[in-house]
Design a protein around this ligand. Structure first.
Ligand SMILES: Nc1ncnc2c1ncn2[C@@H]1O[C@H](COP(=O)(O)OP(=O)(O)OP(=O)(O)O)[C@@H](O)[C@H]1O
Ligand SMILES: [Mg+2]
Length: 261
């Protein structure tokens, strides 16, 4: 946990619900530049909704989210106007997102997958984008895979290509929603290693994960969510060895008892 770098993500009283009721209740937290935070918590507690709100794939109901100095805020009941939607768009452009299912375009090669958004969305010149894409492929250990199609890659390779694709937009923050959950156990490590490498380079990252060992070893913070709330967030060693909340203790006990951690 570093207390020197400045806050890059500040969330205050974030609320979000759907027809069936409230999902996120007054979520507040701060992530500093270069931090790696892991979010853990039971199924259905709102982790994915939280990530989707953070990069404005879902518009918050109320509260505020600041990312790299861009702030979206909404009062309860406020009707979103064009300005709010523009800010949401701006936040999305600062945030790279990686999902459990890699979502690579099947009819494009790996390099084409990586080059598409910078060329179409950012209108960057092709030569420049190609050069950057090759560097990113190298970074995620896929140098020889530029002209391959996604169907020929393993799950771990596909997920690393998805990370390279997100990085191609030069995001200030990377969000991952269970990036290793669809992988065979022997492929999990290579994807987690990419996140560790990015951490060493100073990338700010938030990862929803069931990989408790990774969360504990690699994270600056662990955020434990339950029932739409952040129950506790702390240094990994503290949260795993001396959790303050009964709810955190019960969740961790369940993990130990089912042999997952
Ligand atoms: N688009 C949506 N419309 C309606 N309800 C939704 C929507 N997205 C999520 N929910 C509801 O919000 C709650 C939280 O879901 P969410 O997917 O955020 O949980 P999660 O913590 O990511 O769970 P898991 O660990 O299973 O992925 C669930 O009750 C879910 O049904
Ligand atoms: Mg989820």
């Amino acid at each position: 946990m570093n207390l020197i770098n400045k806050p890059l993500i500040v969330v205050e009283n974030l609320c979000k619900g759907f027809e069936d009721g409230e999902v996120l209740r007054n979520v507040s937290f701060t992530i500093r530049e270069g931090d790696l935070a892991s979010i853990i918590g039971p199924s259905g507690c709102g982790k994915s909704t939280f990530m989707r709100c953070l990069n404005c794939l879902e518009l918050l109901d109320s509260g505020s989210i600041s990312i790299a100095g861009v702030t979206i805020s909404r009062r309860p009941g406020q009707v979103p106007d064009e300005k709010m939607l523009d800010i949401a768009h701006e936040i999305r452009s600062e945030v790279g997102m990686v999902f459990q299912s890699y979502n690579l375009f099947p009819h494009k090669t790996i390099i084409e997958n990586i080059m598409l958004a910078p060329m179409v969305v950012k209108k960057q010149p092709k030569d420049e984008v190609y050069e950057q894409a090759m560097k990113l492929l190298d970074k995620v250990g896929l140098k020889g895979f530029a002209s391959k199609y996604p169907s020929t890659l393993s799950g771990g390779q596909s997920q690393r290509a998805a990370i390279a694709r997100a990085l191609a937009m030069n995001p200030r923050v990377m969000l991952y929603d269970e990036p290793t959950s669809a992988l065979d156990p022997e492929l999990v490590g290579e994807v987690l290693q990419v996140m560790k490498d990015l951490d060493a380079e100073g990338m700010t990252q938030i990862i929803v994960t069931h990989e408790m060992k990774f969360a504990r070893d690699a994270s600056d913070y662990i955020i434990f969510m339950d029932n739409g709330e952040i129950v506790e967030y702390d240094d990994g060693d503290i949260l795993f060895t001396a959790p303050k909340s009964e709810r955190t203790k019960a969740f961790l006990r369940h993990f130990v008892n089912t042999g997952v951690a």
